[in-house]
Design a binder for this molecule. Structure first.
Ligand code: C5P
Length: 228
């Protein structure tokens, strides 16, 4: 089956507190989004990447693409006002029955094993959403205080959120709603059951300065394992 990875990199990344959006910060001498693109290019020889970037960063995107292993497998397109609109812009270029990964540009430590397990689960069940359990206790805020939640019933959701192309394309034809925080929430709105697969603790979303330190360390140990 044909494969596409829509890598969403059009956010402003303000929580990092830097003037450069977090997806362009350097990790091991390369922009974070470069590592993310390479992870998908290495996962499948025949994968096509759709890289979604904000208008102001198109030239940066073009330059990054030229330094990857397969620039001719990557299409660059403009993002939208929200993540929903960015994904919608990206998937318009998918015309073949395929498996579609939607992945946060800032989750550059995603493993080949996770990409492959999402692919197989989405082939079988229509969609595959990586999730991990919380190791922290969880509380929810209430009108008059807060209340503990059974943490075994709470799942932390990651990407690549993976779908058969007909499912994601028809879900993104609906109107935008503020409840759409990820692609699973868009697809679920169509009455489709979401299929969770085991995510990875190391598949972190680089959001705050501390995440960059953790990612640098994880990447170093990944590189030393693969070279030794
Ligand atoms: O804002 P948040 O951290 O949830 O963003 C998740 C991912 O979605 C990031 O990789 C970000 O670049 C992307 N995004 C986007 N277009 C937007 C907003 C976020 O591509 N308008």
């Amino acid at each position: 089956m044909k494969k596409y990875a829509v890598i969403v990199a059009a956010g402003s990344g303000l929580r990092m507190g830097t003037s450069t959006p977090k997806q362009f910060l350097l990790l091991h001498g390369k922009p974070i989004v470069w590592h993310t693109i390479e992870a998908f290019l290495h996962a499948f020889d025949d994968i096509e990447i759709i890289l979604v970037m904000a208008d102001d960063y198109m030239d940066t995107g073009k330059k990054i693409i030229q330094t990857t292993k397969s620039p001719d497998h990557i299409r660059l397109t403009a993002g939208g006002e929200t993540r929903f609109h960015s994904v919608k812009n990206g998937i318009q270029y998918i015309h073949h029955p395929s498996i579609v990964f939607v992945h946060d540009a800032v989750r550059c430590l995603v493993s080949q094993a996770l990409i492959h397990s999402c692919y197989h689960a989405a082939m079988e069940k229509g969609n595959a959403i990586p999730a991990i359990k919380s190791t922290d206790s969880i509380r929810i805020e209430k009108e008059n205080g807060n209340e503990v939640v059974d943490r075994n019933k709470v799942m932390i959701i990651q990407t690549p959120q993976t779908f058969q192309s007909d499912i994601i394309k028809s879900a993104f034809a609906q109107d935008y709603s503020e409840i759409f925080t990820d692609e699973a929430s868009v697809v679920e709105q169509q009455g489709i059951k979401i299929n969770l697969v085991e995510g990875e603790k190391t598949n972190i979303k680089i959001t705050q300065p501390i995440d960059l330190i953790i990612a640098e360390h994880l990447l170093k140990s990944k590189i030393s394992k693969s070279s030794g």
